[in-house]
Design a binder for this molecule. Structure first.
Ligand SMILES: *Cc1c(COP(=O)(O)O)cnc(C)c1O
Length: 458
């Protein structure tokens, strides 16, 4: 008999979690203005809000914390981190930052000016925010397949080379760089193929532009290349990472994802001129160059985390769990972005709450229902997150309307996945009784989803 799959680790420390009653949850979500970001974590049973900074560190990472060098300048932990990043990516220059958006802030302060156009594949919300707040445009060139949630194609995160070439041909002088998000978070954690990265590189070279990888989940992207793209089955994850980054000029990184740490980020690049330009903003915004936004101990733990998470077994354990959750949704007939991506399930709310109009935010409504059902916290990746058009101030209803349920790295067991799936099924089974959505009572001008206040419609 073939041995079944099992996790590539065992558990050394546990953290209790608590269930609640529906009455408690109804009160709590009301107090939170129907915005799950405003719930207290203790009011949540299984937290699928994000996979960002929520992972469990390994014994090796905890040991590395104790070895951190907290020297203000020239810390050993900085050089250890730099060596690890150079080994994985080939990039020589490193600027540590306190998280991914800080890396964007530092680098874009140097590179993005008013009127610029930054083409890419479904820019992440903070990335878009850092572009738009500089009065520049984040131009989405994702393949059209990403919009069709039921289409099973292996690399739905890809850049559409035709759209990119059109942008380059029309606006070359306004484009400071091309950005490729791996994996494509906003399109559903969908990977980008090596072939597509090569096509982007070729276009960039043709128009003499540089390519930046928004790399929060680069290791998961490498896993999908290994398991889905022809010619990569026998390559190691580290070999695939080297090949991916050879096609880029720089990366911004949220280490809270594939770095397996709870806080941290960085910029890495092969170009001295970009490093010099970013340095000027690192010092006032983040800190001195050999720590930026991080403690020595956190850089030490990140170096270990990057090394661990570019090993196949660790990634296989993680992505297997996400795929297990997806298989349960398949069993119950619940529509989600197919095929499932690397870090989360994106339930297609527009196919579940079909009677709720866009203006009443179906995915947000479903997020609230799931919380009330079982204390499970997902997150709307839809029309609220999409914000308003910076010029017309109209809501942007053009994209997908998802409820994202993230799977934290090395935190929950497959039994927790069963609870999530069962709760979703219960809501799905009574979907026809949910006839009204929510309206916005208050919103911030930028990145409104974190603080938006909502009211259920009756
Ligand atoms: C999380 C994330 C960011 C921002 O990183 P933070 O660490 O949350 O600031 C940028 N891009 C992508 C693709 C991300 O997933």
């Amino acid at each position: 008999m073939e041995l079944p799959f099992a996790e590539s680790w065992k558990i050394k420390m546990v953290e209790p979690i608590r269930k609640s009653t529906r009455e408690e949850r109804e009160q709590w979500i009301k107090e939170a203005n129907y915005n799950v970001f405003q719930l207290k974590a203790d009011q949540v049973y299984i937290d699928g809000l994000t996979d960002s900074g929520t992972g469990a560190m390994s014994d090796r990472q905890w040991a590395a914390l104790m070895m951190g060098d907290e020297s203000y300048a020239g810390a050993r932990s900085f050089y250890e981190l730099k060596d690890t990043i150079t080994r994985i990516t080939g990039f020589e220059y490193l600027i540590p930052t306190h998280q991914g958006r800080a890396a964007e802030n530092v680098l874009f302060s140097a590179l993005v000016t008013e009127g610029a156009i930054v083409p890419g594949n479904s820019h992440f919300d903070t990335t878009k925010g850092h572009i738009e707040s500089r009065k520049a445009v984040a131009l989405d060139c994702t393949v059209d397949e990403a919009k069709n949630t039921q289409l099973e194609v292996p690399f739905k995160g890809n850049v559409d080379p035709k759209k990119l070439e059109k942008a380059l041909a029309e606006h070359a002088d306004k484009i400071p760089f091309i950005i490729v998000t791996i994996t494509n978070n906003t399109a559903g954690g969908q990977p980008v193929s090596m072939q597509n990265l090569r096509e982007v590189r070729a276009l960039a070279d043709k128009y003499n532009k540089r390519v930046l990888f928004d790399s929060a989940r680069f290791a998961e992207n490498a896993y999908f290349i290994k398991t889905r793209e022809e010619g990569y089955a026998d390559k190691t994850i580290k070999e695939i990472c080297r090949e991916m980054f050879a096609l880029a000029d720089a990366m911004t990184m949220s280490a809270k994802k594939d770095g397996l740490v709870n806080m941290g980020g960085f910029i890495a690049t092969r170009w001295e001129d970009w490093y010099e330009a970013a340095k000027k903003f690192c010092i006032p915004f983040e800190g001195y160059l050999t720590y930026g936004g991080m403690n020595g101990r956190d850089m030490a733990a990140l170096a270990v985390g990057l090394d661990e998470n570019t090993e196949f077994d660790n990634l296989h354990t993680r992505i297997h769990q996400v795929q297990y959750l997806a298989s349960l949704l398949d069993e119950y007939g619940i529509p989600y972005q197919r095929p499932v991506g690397g870090h989360a399930i994106f339930v297609d709310a527009s196919k579940v709450l079909t009677q709720i109009p866009k203006e009443e935010f179906p995915a947000q409504t479903l997020t609230i229902e799931l919380y009330k059902e079982a204390g499970i916290r997902g997150c709307e990746i839809g029309y609220i997150l999409a914000d308003r058009d910076p010029i017309t101030r109209e809501n942007r209803f053009g994209g997908n309307d998802f409820v994202r349920i993230c799977v934290a790295r090395r935190v929950y067991t497959d039994n927790h996945m069963k609870v999530i799936a069962a709760a979703l099924k219960n809501v799905y089974d009574r979907r026809n009784e949910i006839t009204r959505g929510v309206e916005i009572v208050w919103e911030a001008p930028l990145m409104r989803h974190f603080t938006v206040k909502l009211r259920p419609l009756k």
